[in-house]
Design a protein around this ligand. Structure first.
Ligand SMILES: [Zn+2]
Length: 110
């Protein structure tokens, strides 16, 4: 957990500086599919900051080579951070403290 906190803090200072990297959450579909075995962009997240619920695909993506920071489109609070651990293929750190709930519906169940 300490490593997670460190990466989160360093991300906080740099994540807003490069607006050119900002896309929406759909652009993170590949990365999210690697981490979660289900389709994540249609999962419904509830923001811990403002309480808005919406699909993960509509979150604002601040991306980079290392991973992704997904922010609430309403209040811009960070909902999710996903980081690939350098030198450790297949290992990820996921910080979801910015969302209160995540409702996942497996595909085919509507
Ligand atoms: Zn919000």
């Amino acid at each position: 957990m300490n490593e997670m906190s460190k990466s989160g803090q360093s991300g906080t200072t740099g994540e807003r500086s490069d607006e050119a990297l900002r896309l929406d959450g759909n652009a993170a579909a590949g990365l999210l599919a690697e981490v979660f075995a289900v389709e994540m962009t249609s999962a419904q997240s509830t923001c811990a900051g403002c309480g808005q619920t919406g699909p993960v695909g509509m979150l604002l993506l601040y991306g980079g080579e290392m991973g992704a920071v997904l922010r609430c489109p309403a209040c811009e609070r960070v909902q999710v951070r996903v980081v690939r651990e350098r030198g450790r293929a297949g290992r990820y750190w996921v910080d979801m403290r910015g969302m209160t709930t995540l409702r996942i519906t497996p595909s085919g169940l509507g």
